[in-house]
Structure formats: structure tokens, C-alpha cells
Write a protein that binds this ligand. Structure first.
Ligand code: DX5
Ligand code: ZN
Length: 217
């Protein structure tokens, strides 16, 4: 499969959310990446269910929801109800990760697990076969517009190896600081999905920028 592009709506203009959702609809992007932050797991608050529900009304692509919240089990059903197709939780925020992953799947969503930059790939060894997606954070979660952490390439290669060895179907998503410079290197290393926020929405022609990322390799 050629790599997928998931624009991060965190960088959209919230005063013109419908316009920005429609821009993504019309672009070569594959998914909507939706960042939920609780001010506890990460030092920032973004948006929650009502905003996601509003985006879903206009969105015609996969809703990829990235939860940066503690104890996500409390809200799994609510995210399903507002339109999440993929629900990703943080390894660092889940005491009973296996149970959380099963609960996500039981709601009919794809289950993802995200790893902070300091968390080694090896912690996924006993869960990788259960996962549809692994999200490698290439910045510290909480804010858009940060610079890409170079150690990410090594982690992609390690994760790819673990996925193959374990016969897992998980795909690899990279989130944070993605741009046209690191895009080809990320895809070469084995990334399947690239999230891009600022690089897309702060550009002069976001649709063209998405197309550039989609065809960077
Ligand atoms: C960061 C979020 C990212 C963020 C990416 O905590 O998970 O999805 O929006 O933004 P950029 O592409 O600007 O680094
Ligand atoms: Zn994200």
C-alpha cells in the first residue's frame, strides 16, 4: 500500500472548521487525524466530543482519533458515538492496555496504541498481535508545530521488525513535525501513515501541500 496522509485538525482554523474539513475532503488526504487532549496526560486541552461530532457531519474520510487523555476507558463508547473509526490510546496512559484495546474493538473501531518519544518499541511485544495500528510520537505530545525527533527512524525500523516477527497486521503511523523533508525518509523506513498539522494548515495552499506529502516518495 502506498502511504496514507492524515492532516491533523488541531492546526485547522476552528472558526472555519467546516471549510477546513471540506478542504481535506477534496484533497488527496486519506484520513482526518483528531487530537484529543485533557490537560492532565499532556499540558494542553484541545477539543472533545461536540467538536468531533461537528467535524463528522461534514467529513467523508476515516476519522482517526488520537486520545492524549488519562483513563481513556471512560470514553470509548462516546468516541464511537461521535464517529471515530480508529481509536488510539497512549501506552503511558493505560494500566490495563490489553483490556482497553479489547474494549475499543468490541465497539467496532480499529484499535491503536501510541508511544511517547521515550517509550521503547519493545513494550509492545505482548500486545502487538492485537493492534491495528501503532502511532509513534515523533514529538512530545501536547502541541502542534514542534520539531521532529530524529530517533523516530530507528523506532520505525524496530517496530516494522516486531510486526513482521509477530505476524501482526498493525500499521505504523508517525505523528509530529512531519514535513516534505522527512516524508520520503519516513516512508522508506516503513511508515504507513503520516500525520501532518502545521505543515499542511500553515502552508499557502494546503491541498497542494497534502498532495506533495502524498507523492513525496
Ligand atoms: C501532538 C499531536 C499531533 C500534532 C501534530 O500532540 O498528536 O497530531 O497535531 O502537529 P504538527 O504536524 O504540527 O507537529
Ligand atoms: Zn496526534
Amino acid at each position: 500500500m502506498s502511504h496514507l496522509i492524515a492532516p491533523s485538525m488541531l492546526a485547522a482554523d476552528f472558526g472555519n472548521l467546516q471549510r477546513d474539513v471540506e478542504m481535506v475532503n477534496q484533497s488527496e488526504a486519506d484520513w482526518f487525524h483528531i487530537d484529543v487532549m485533557d490537560g492532565v496526560f499532556v499540558p494542553n486541552i484541545s477539543y472533545g466530543m461536540p467538536v468531533i461530532k461537528s467535524m463528522k457531519k461534514h467529513a467523508n474520510k476515516t476519522m482517526d482519533v488520537h486520545l492524549m487523555i488519562v483513563d481513556p476507558d471512560r470514553f470509548i463508547k462516546d468516541f464511537k458515538a461521535v464517529g471515530a473509526d480508529i481509536l488510539t490510546v497512549h501506552y503511558e496512559a493505560c494500566t490495563h492496555l490489553h483490556r482497553t484495546v479489547q474494549a475499543i474493538k468490541a465497539e467496532g473501531m480499529k484499535a491503536g496504541v501510541a508511544l511517547n518519544p521515550h517509550t521503547p518499541i519493545a513494550v509492545l511485544e505482548d500486545i502487538i498481535r492485537e493492534l491495528d495500528l501503532v502511532l509513534i510520537m515523533s514529538v512530545n505530545p501536547g502541541f502542534g508545530g514542534q520539531s521532529f525527533i530524529e530517533n523516530t527512524y530507528k523506532k520505525i525500523i524496530q517496530l516494522k521488525d516486531l510486526i513482521e516477527k509477530s505476524n501482526s497486521k498493525a500499521i505504523i503511523e508517525i505523528d509530529g513535525g512531519v514535513n516534505d523533508q522527512n516524508c520520503p525518509k519516513l516512508v522508506t523506513a516503513g511508515a504507513d501513515v503520516l500525520v501532518a498539522g502545521s505543515f499542511v494548515f500553515k502552508s499557502e495552499d494546503p491541498k497542494k501541500t497534502i498532495s506533495g506529502l502524498k507523492n513525496c516518495f
